[in-house]
Design a protein around this ligand. Structure first.
Ligand SMILES: Cc1cc2nc3c(=O)[nH]c(=O)nc-3n(C[C@H](O)[C@H](O)[C@H](O)COP(=O)(O)O)c2cc1C
Ligand code: SF4
Ligand code: SF4
Length: 444
């Protein structure tokens, strides 16, 4: 019997699907609607000091047929009165006592932190999330990512919050930093009960070619926005992995955020160590109903793998994410084309010849358009299989027999690494490369 319920640093929820602090959690109406649809928790749109928002606020990267592949915003924290939000938190908890309602907070002075923590505790919030991530507007006032980029300041504020609060604290980290470990560790040393990441990434999504202003345009001008949506998922997963592999940071649970849209995204974040996930852009795009596909898919995955709770597989991918120097240099794959499914578009030939290693040839017979892999030239880079428009038409086939295993690290320790470009131990030595003038052949 599958049990999706979680206990995240003391915050209980019927499932790991939470709404991230953002427009979908701006009101009790939206959160009640989301809980009815199946979401297990919600992080309320950040509460804090009074603000004024601008119009417009959102920009998008539409890639080919996909709208909002990347999404950016210059919105601030909530502009609704604090008293209204507190009253609605209380009301939501009355209707949904077993769901997680977390108050996202962002204020400046210690006194303000203490007051607002008391307010949300009195309203019945199950936890507090500290917004140290907002990369626009609020950071110019010394809050948001201005804190999330300064480990010492972050640690101090987490300490204040922990002293003042009686409910679990989640520290939400900014990705706008070189080493996420620095702020992750500062949060843990400050006493946080858990971490969430990522908030949005500083970005400009485009420039209008008439007004020369960046999107979203506010009366002829723009500002850097916070980037999110499917485009940021790889960055979020990398940062999650860094935190989840760290011996000290991994002692606290991590809520994964960034580009999550499908059940598969959820499973991937859990495999990298998250034990709750938060979603914003996908809900802004498709609505609360996406949680149904997420839940059905997660359940089916767990059923197939024989898992009862998400803790059975949380972090299972972590041992397989290693440093480059520990990869097996003896592993060898080459591309193989399935001539039955190939449609003869020749895209693989073009990308390998122009963008990779000249390891694909075209047939000389004009009635045949199926390319051939020149196995001895193929370095197994994957490019052709990635560009091929036919699913599984090009597969990467293992050529080593699996008996040999040597890593760069081991070779370094054995003093067995190339020291000059002519060294026979150098990787590219002996690889086929056409003569420069071969490029001109077709013009002759
Ligand atoms: C329009 C908009 C407003 C947001 N406002 C907040 C906010 O008030 N507080 C906060 O912590 N994060 C805020 N976020 C960031 C999201 O909570 C989330 O961290 C980010 O969007 C990445 O998740 P996603 O890729 O699922 O959108 C906002 C995001 C968007 C798009
Ligand atoms: S795997 Fe790389 S080198 Fe090999 S054929 Fe494909 S594109 Fe060329
Ligand atoms: S890209 Fe795929 S479909 Fe197109 S020619 Fe190459 S193998 Fe065939």
């Amino acid at each position: 019997m599958i049990d999706l319920s979680i206990n995240f640093a003391g915050i209980k929820a019927p499932n790991p699907f939470w709404l991230a602090s953002a427009p979908p959690t701006n009101s009790g109406y939206q959160i009640m609607k989301a809980f009815e649809a199946g979401w297990g928790g919600a992080v309320w749109k950040t509460l804090g000091v009074p603000v004024v928002n601008v119009s417009s606020r959102y920009g998008s990267v539409n890639y080919r047929n996909t709208r909002m592949m990347g999404f950016n915003n210059i919105e601030l924290i909530t502009d609704r009165p604090l008293a209204d939000n507190l009253r609605e938190i209380e009301e939501v908890k009355k209707y949904f006592p077993d769901h997680a309602v977390i108050a996202s907070l962002m204020v400046e002075s210690r006194k303000e932190w203490e007051q607002i923590i008391k307010d949300v505790e009195n309203a019945g919030a199950d936890g507090i999330e500290l917004n140290f991530g907002c990369p626009h507007g609020m950071c110019e006032r010394g809050m948001g990512s201005a804190v999330g980029q300064e480990p010492e300041v972050l640690k101090t504020i987490v300490g204040w919050v922990k002293e003042a609060s009686n409910i679990p604290v989640i520290t939400k980290l900014s990705p706008n930093i070189s080493h996420i470990i620095d702020t992750g560790l500062a949060a843990v040393l400050g006493g946080t009960d858990s971490i969430s990441l990522i908030n949005t990434i500083k970005s400009i999504v485009g420039i209008d070619l008439d007004s020369y202003a960046p999107y979203p345009i506010v009366d002829g001008k723009g500002s850097n926005g916070g980037y999110c949506g499917p485009a940021v998922k790889p960055i979020a997963m990398h940062m999650l992995k860094d935190l989840a592999q760290h011996p000290e940071i991994s002692k606290v649970p991590i809520s994964g955020i960034g580009g999550i849209e499908t059940w598969r995204d959820v499973v991937e974040f859990i495999l990298l160590g998250a034990t709750s996930v938060q979603v914003c852009t996908a809900v802004m795009h498709y609505g609360f109903g996406i949680v149904r596909e997420m839940e059905a898919g997660l359940r089916q995955f767990m059923e197939e793998k024989n898992y009862t709770t998400i803790y059975d597989f949380a972090g299972k991918a972590l041992p397989n994410v290693t440093e480059w120097k520990h990869l097996n240099l003896k592993h060898k794959v080459v591309a193989e084309i399935n001539s039955d499914t190939c449609i003869g578009c020749d895209l693989c030939y073009i990308s390998c010849d122009d963008g990779a290693h000249q390891a694909i040839s075209l047939p000389t017979d004009p009635t045949n358009r199926i390319p051939t892999i020149i196995e001895e030239n193929c370095v197994g880079c994957n490019l052709c299989s990635l560009v091929c428009p036919v699913e599984n038409c090009i597969t990467m086939v293992k050529k080593d027999d699996g008996t040999e295993h040597i890593t760069w690290n081991e070779r370094s320790l054995n003093d067995d690494v190339p020291t000059t470009f002519d060294d026979d131990r150098a990787g590219g030595k002996g690889h086929f490369v056409p003569k420069p003038t071969d490029a001109l052949k077709n013009n002759n």
